[in-house]
Design a protein. Structure first.
Length: 256
């Protein structure tokens, strides 16, 4: 006789008024977003389709760098791969070998898989991720161990590790209230989890999260945001690069 599948060990979750309110807010925000700017959805797909991860393989490298993560590690939104964040690293450090395993749409769970198939022995591992976990509502209790596992694996692969989650997703022109408010709260949660994991495992954490009045992606929105209103532009990635140098310790690795 066929065996009955084992019962789940966890009780089913009840739908509370809070859940209903959250879903209603998200649905209303989604309607407002698509009603105000439906072309942004098409633009995002176009940018992702055209983006190619930057890599560099000089003959006699002085450093070896591994980049993992999502579309911001691919460079989606930049005019060309050399204007992405990994590309800017390559321009400033032409003798650095750069491998890039990032993929559009990747969440932290996917970054774990990227690191699992990567070789060890890198001088630097740069992790650029988190935005898709914010947008696609990865629960914090699910995200926390994924972030911790990512950091642990990155430490196994490289001498130095820098974790650089995106800034406040709610400040992106792509989103409108009330959905932007939800995205901002989720961005704060993401940064809390990443900061805790980085501190616990003694790796560098680059904080791009800013109050709205101090966020350059708000005050210089047209310049720093790509056409889709979701990804950084080439100038936006230059802003990220400056933060990476300032907070991520790249200066200590030498110019070449």
């Amino acid at each position: 006789m066929p065996q009955r599948p084992p019962a789940s060990s966890s009780a089913p979750r009840l739908i509370t008024p809070r859940h209903v309110a959250l879903v209603a807010a998200v649905a209303a925000g989604a309607l407002l977003t698509t009603a105000c700017a439906p072309w942004r959805l098409w633009s995002t797909a176009e940018l992702a389709r055209d983006a190619q991860p930057y890599t560099a393989h000089p003959a006699n490298p002085t450093r070896r760098v591994l980049v993992v993560g999502d579309s911001t590690a691919v460079g989606t939104g930049a005019t060309s791969p050399v204007q992405s964040l990994p590309g800017l690293i390559g321009q400033h450090h032409p003798q650095w070998h750069i491998d890039n395993l990032a993929a559009n749409g990747a969440k932290f769970a996917d970054v774990v898989q990227q690191l699992e198939r990567a070789e060890a022995g890198y001088d630097l591992v740069l992790v650029l991720a988190g935005g898709n976990d914010v947008i696609r509502f990865t629960p914090p209790d699910t995200l926390r161990p994924q972030v911790q596992r990512t950091v642990a694996l990155a430490r196994q692969k490289g001498e130095r590790v820098v974790v650089m989650p995106c800034g406040d997703v709610g400040n992106a022109p792509f989103f409108k209230p009330p959905l932007s408010w939800v995205m901002s709260r989720r961005s704060e949660t993401l940064h809390t989890l990443v900061q805790q994991a980085a501190a616990g495992q003694q790796v560098r954490y680059v904080r791009l999260l800013r109050p709205r009045s101090q966020d350059p992606f708000v005050t210089r929105s047209t310049e720093l945001n790509a056409a889709d209103g979701l990804h950084p532009s080439s100038a936006g990635y230059e802003e990220w690069y400056r933060e990476l140098v300032a907070q991520g310790g790249l200066a200590g690795m030498g110019h070449r």
